[in-house]
Design a binder for this molecule. Sequence first.
Ligand code: GLY
Ligand code: MN
Ligand code: MN
Length: 449
Amino acid sequence: MTAAPEADYAARRARLAARMQPGAVAVLPTAPETTRNGDSEYPYRHDSYFYYLTGFKEPDSVLVLVAAHGERPARSILFCREKHPEREIWDGFRYGPQAARDAFGVDEAHPIDAIDTELPRILANAPALYYALASNAALDARVQGWVKAVRALARSGTTAPDAFHNLLPLLDEMRLVKDDAELAIMARAGAISGQAHARAMRAARPGVFEYELEAELLYAFRKSGAQFPAYTSIVASGANACVLHYNANDRQTRDGELVLIDAGCELDGYASDITRTFPVNGRFSDAQRTLYELVLAAQEAAFAAIAPGRPYSGFHEAALRVLVQGMLDLGLVDRSLYASVDDAIAAKAHVPFYMHGTGHWLGMDVHDVGAYRDTTHADKPSRPLRAGMVLTVEPGIYVRPGEGVPEQYWNIGIRIEDDVVVTDDGCRILTGNAPKSVAEIEALVGRGE
Ligand code: GLY
Ligand code: MN
Ligand code: MN
């Protein structure tokens, strides 16, 4: 398990506290455990915000942060499960407050069962409370209970917070720009996922079932220590590739088809997100190659539009221009109707074949947090990129059968997706080991171990 050093979590807590009102309190619970059926739980996954500030992965935990006020320094307080020798026989190790305080560098730790008595004390006389406002009814109700308990002390002169702020936007902005520890984990996640795609390509042959290729991916993720897939893997053969969120993964492939795989692991809390598309028999047909190279060229144009100071929207626009020019050249979009690429884009002529954006922020969540627009300006322009932001670049083309659509392209769906970090002078690809050129793919598919 790699994780950020303990000092990094403390530094993140300090940065957050410095952005809060003096003396204000922030409350941040982790995710609950969720029952799957009977006595069986879904695999536990911590809350991303909570983990970002603590590195602590146990359920039933709450982080409380008190911002500095005058002479009083900021404080971080962790509520977590108590040690429980009997439960630990069944469910495994738990830190307990004392060991958690030492291991995770918080100032205080208490049993989670004490939270309803401790929190009103912490909130007494605090001017403001930050939490995930109006995003979770159960939390809203608990907050109300804690604040009411403070208000009940009004006769003694104790004041309750009377300002409530949404905590999440502050954290979103912090999470959007990754630090070195995060980038190191994301690079490793990208490399593991790249290896997994190569493994699936090697295992491909006409007649293989989509789920067999999915199994190769999952094997490669776990074999390298990744804890989960970052999202449900898409293994889409033939016409299934034109279904953007296909994940039944139960069809048998046929000779001559493409397979689109969109899959990435989650490693130590961080996602990767790769798509590759390849011919199941190891040879692109002319029509497949033509569309594949168009998508590849669109991705190259997108990479060239990524650098600090450039607007987020730029790489989508760059990819779209290449794709739409190709659609006009290949007769997917009727040339006689549009005077230029810009005209075709303005008329949304590409939407039947390219209906999604070219990427998204990537981090602890596969569609990671962070604003895409600068909402402080009236016209809300696309925000400028900054070094340390991580995003996906995923152009594609999806051709469903239709009148006027050249038949040789019917049912071809192609997407090529890589993860990049914005650097000081451009971007660096984190997933470059996933084979991508026509030559690399044709050399690898079906090669076996
Ligand atoms: N795998 C989800 C996405 O590409 O956005
Ligand atoms: Mn993606
Ligand atoms: Mn994806």
